[in-house]
Design a protein around this ligand. Sequence first.
Ligand SMILES: CC(C)(COP(=O)(O)OP(=O)(O)OC[C@H]1O[C@@H](n2cnc3c(N)ncnc32)[C@H](O)[C@@H]1OP(=O)(O)O)[C@@H](O)C(=O)NCCC(=O)NCCS
Length: 232
Amino acid sequence: MHDGVEQIGNSAEQNSKKEKQNNNNVEQVGNTTEKISNVINNIVNNHNIASNNRFCAINRCSMTGNNIQNDKSITPKKQKTPSESAVEMTQLVLPNDTNILGNLLGGRLMHWIDIAGAMAASRHSNRVVATVALDSLDFRHPVRCGELLILKAKLTWVGRTSMEVKVEVFAENYRTGAVIQTNKAYITYVALDDEGRPTPVPELIPETEEEKIEYEQAKIRREERLARRETT
Ligand SMILES: CC(C)(COP(=O)(O)OP(=O)(O)OC[C@H]1O[C@@H](n2cnc3c(N)ncnc32)[C@H](O)[C@@H]1OP(=O)(O)O)[C@@H](O)C(=O)NCCC(=O)NCCS
């Protein structure tokens, strides 16, 4: 009987120890959770700061072109042909570029079209450029994950400070070699000086028959665009 009481007493003591241990564990888990949460908060904050810095850097870069050496002793050409500034850009469509059906996201495609067009416009003008208008963009065929996307950008027309660029998009299945045109877009860019103001661009000299036709058609598109700008 006495032994039994002692055993019960011991068990009570052990239970109390276990309870303390559990409390310690809970406390430790609580501390660890707090630490993990602090680490996550720090990562998120650092990421936000880095993103902001990157965003500001891109803004500074696009307004001034300061990250690119500007040798003022080189005189830019006064006239250029469309082929002198033409750009061909190839992208591999990866899972991160696609929607849940495995097709290229429209927004990603528009981003690449804008980049390809801006490179051609910058090559022509030797300036940083701003996008001012993007004509309608239709999606004729879905582009699948794993396909190669080829973007061909070429100037079609220039005004005093603005330039129209045609961007044609092709999807290539590298396993079969099949290539299909998926999109076409006309984008207008404006060349900017170091203060971010519109600045004159070289004249465009269309050479081929196709370039001459594009040039004439571009004038009509520009009139329509400017009329649209007036009414919106
Ligand atoms: C680019 C910007 C500085 C030009 O300023 P602005 O006051 O419109 O300048 P202007 O009126 O002198 O126009 C400049 C040229 O662009 C043309 N233009 C302006 N808006 C246009 C439009 N919607 N469609 C076609 N051309 C247009 C003008 O006809 C002019 O062409 P020209 O010099 O060849 O005759 C200003 O419009 C701007 O900052 N826009 C926002 C750009 C932007 O944020 N783009 C997205 C990220 S890059």
